[in-house]
Write a protein that binds this ligand. Structure first.
Ligand code: IVH
Length: 678
């Protein structure tokens, strides 16, 4: 075998990977099945001829992109070190001094770059092809996040210049805009809210299921390299230019400087521009520019002698705590909020900050009228870090946490094992009502377009909507009203008609969405789905809830994935006569669809089997098909492997079907699948 054969094989593999990525992750095939098969056959022929040159990854990944496999371990070619810190101009001057002495006063230039607040990774490329990607881990060995990294929009599977080997090092992060959008979506789906972009990036990258990573907006910058062979650069400045040529993202703020004064100037500029960059940085990295000089300086312990992190001071501002107000959430949680004299922290004006709960106020001993410090660390969410006790005035009053809901006056209680204090008013409480309406109309519930947060508030404020069922009688009442919606400021016939059309089309709803829309504590989308699958019809569900007994509790606990918290929450919700009545009323106004799958899980031939759906289904939607499969006790996978038991192929099925045929799996048409599951 000669080098050009090896390169050709690498190229074929890279093309196949690219096609797999487009097909599996982007849902946008870049070649037809015949071309894909031709490439695959060409590579397989060469692999037979040169078995010693089959890349180890190729053996694992005969079928599409291998899923993240519980995170295997990858040993870095060159360890990933960390950086020593500098906190002042003096520290930096000392660093520059040490460098110069270490190099016998040779003239040295530096590269200064933002220190991105994200997660570092190392991506190995061989002959220009992406082989694997690992997290930093302990510096020597990291976790294999290849499948996840491949789903990033900026992922480069093939470098333009196929140098034999390079470990590219960089930082994955989430931009402020993407973070805000992700959290908004998470909130709408009642899913975990991330505290800051860094956590969101970490949570998204370290997903065992790469299809989840694929839905998360992650970005990265390359900042350096580990082991390399054939890299045509001798310093960091050339390296960045080379990366840019390869299509790799490099930070536009990086700059070459020549002395301490220039370093300080760049630091001040970065600090000033920090809040406008659109992503979090927590300092500036200063690196000796020339690779040869870096090598001469070497490393001590875990950090190189040729680089240092010049950290930013925590962004802090002093202000006054003018008041503490209480917000009441959908499930009655009373959240104290600090009302601050507006102050700028890191370029953002802050006038409110959450104080989380009663204990937090006590722990920090915050009193109304106190001078306080407000901080914005890596986070974008500001918080009150402490009261300046020396400056406390005699008039500062300890805060007494209310024992009644400030909105409806019902008792507010803190359960023994909870940090949260809750209003016990349920539907009596206006605040809870509005929040419940907002929840019920969002996506995943009734999904009423045109009834977002603002309009829900407006309808509630005007007394037009007090309960969920009021939404579905609104049109009738509006018709006879002297002040119909179309006459309100900012409204017109068009927006009114659109809203009523949206309400009409929301009248038909699946049982799981209906249950989720009720906004019961602890009942998110998944739990609602479990309940809907279990009860199958609205009648069954309501019968069980209306007659909540020990048998009901036991029955519920037997559902895999449902525990005491959910059982308690359901019992409490339906113990409220007003709430029970409201659900009864609501079901007369909407059509709740039975859960499709009949409850025959145990006797189904699909129970315990792994299924893959491919191609387009015409008799039902993918979602319905999946739900049906799950309720029969089957598992649904997204890619075909030897572990797949059945492949259900709709029309236009592509390479998954071919793979299933190659592996000799049982393949069912959509028609056959429907017949077997009737
Ligand atoms: S250079 C030999 N450059 O900071 C060390 N690191 O504490 C090479 N980081 O683990 C690191 N931006 O995760 C370097 N422009 C940048 C960076 C950067 C962020 C992170 C990286 C590293 C940590 C060092």
């Amino acid at each position: 075998m000669n080098d050009s054969t090896a390169t050709h094989m690498m190229q074929l593999y890279a093309q196949l990977l690219e096609a797999d990525r487009a097909y599996y992750h982007d849902n946008a095939p870049i070649m037809d099945d015949a071309s894909y098969d031709a490439l695959r056959r060409a590579l397989e022929a060469l692999e037979q001829e040169h078995p010693h040159y089959v890349h180890p990854d190729r053996l694992l990944d005969k079928v599409g992109i291998a899923p993240a496999s519980g995170f295997g371990k990858i040993t870095h070619g060159v360890p990933m070190l960390s950086l020593a810190n500098a906190f002042s101009a003096e520290d930096v001057a000392d660093f520059v001094d040490r460098v110069q002495r270490g190099l016998m006063n040779a003239s040295v230039s530096f590269m200064v770059e933002p220190k991105i607040d994200g997660l570092s990774f190392s991506a190995l490329y061989e002959y220009g092809r992406l082989v694997h990607v690992a997290t930093r881990g302990d510096g020597t060995q990291g976790e294999d996040i290849t499948a996840n990294f491949r789903t990033l929009k900026q992922c480069v599977s093939q470098l333009t210049q196929a140098i034999p080997r390079i470990e590219l090092r960089g930082e994955v992060y989430m931009s402020h805009d993407d973070f805000a959008a992700l959290n908004a979506g998470q909130e709408a789906r009642n899913q975990k809210i991330f505290a800051n972009p860094r956590n969101a990036a970490a949570g998204s990258l370290r997903q065992l299921d790469a299809t989840i990573t694929a839905t998360r907006p992650l970005s990265y910058f390359i900042y350096g390299c580990g082991a390399h062979e054939g890299l045509p650069c001798s310093n960091q400045a050339e390296f960045f230019a080379w990366c840019a040529e390869q299509g790799l993202p490099v930070n536009p703020q990086a700059q070459q400087v020549h002395n301490v004064a220039m370093i300080e100037e760049h630091y001040q500029r970065l600090m000033h521009e920090r809040s406008h960059l659109g992503y979090d940085i927590d300092g500036m990295v200063i690196k000796v520019n020339e690779f040869a000089l870096q090598e001469r300086l070497g490393a001590i312990a875990r950090s190189p002698r040729w680089a240092i992190a010049y950290k930013f001071p925590a962004e802090q501002a002093r202000t006054r705590l003018e008041d503490i107000i209480i917000q009441v959430g959908r499930t009655g949680a009373l959240t104290p909020v600090a009302v601050l004299r507006p102050v700028t922290v890191g370029g953002v004006v802050v006038s409110r900050a959450t104080l989380h709960n009663r204990d937090e106020i006590e722990r920090k001993d915050l009193r109304i009228g106190d001078h306080v410090l407000v901080e914005r660390a890596g986070d974008v969410i500001p918080y009150v870090s402490c009261a300046l006790l020396d400056e406390r005035e005699a008039s500062a009053q300890p805060y007494i946490f209310p024992d009644h809901c400030p909105v409806c006056g019902s008792p507010a209680v803190q359960e023994a094992d909870e940090a949260v204090t809750r209003c016990t008013g349920g539907l009596v409480c206006d605040a809870q009502r509005v929040e419940r309406i907002k929840h019920a109309v969002k996506r995943g519930c009734f999904d009423i377009e045109g009834l977002g947060g603002k309009n829900s508030e407006l309808l509630c404020e005007r007394g037009l909507v007090r309960t969920l069922s009021d939404i579905f009688t609104l049109q009738e009442r509006n018709r006879d009203s002297l002040t119909p919606l179309r006459k309100l400021e900012g409204w017109g016939i068009k927006s009114e008609t659109k809203l009523f059309e949206a309400i009409e089309s929301a009248r038909s709803i699946s049982l799981s969405r209906f249950i989720y829309a009720l906004g019961i504590r602890h009942i998110g989308e998944n739990t609602a789905e479990l309940l809907a699958t279990h009860y199958h019809t609205m009648d069954n569900f309501m019968h069980a809830m209306q007659n909540f007994s020990t048998a009901t509790s036991e029955d519920l606990r037997n559902i895999h994935g449902i525990g005491d918290a959910v059982v308690g929450a359901l019992q409490q919700f339906f113990a409220h006569p007003a709430q029970k009545e409201e659900v009864e009323c609501l079901r007369t106004l909407v059509q709740v669809q039975d859960t499709i799958a009949p409850m025959i899980a145990q006797d189904s031939i699909f129970a315990g089997k792994t299924l893959v759906f491919t191609g387009s289904l015409s008799l039902c939607s993918r979602d319905e098909a999946k739900r049906r499969a799950l309720s029969l006790g089957a598992k649904v996978a997204s890619s075909v492997s030897r572990k797949t038991d059945y492949v259900i192929a709709g029309s236009d099925a592509g390479s998954k079907l071919t793979q299933a045929q190659t592996l000799g799996l049982t393949i069912l048409s959509e028609q056959e699948w429907m017949e077997q599951t009737r």
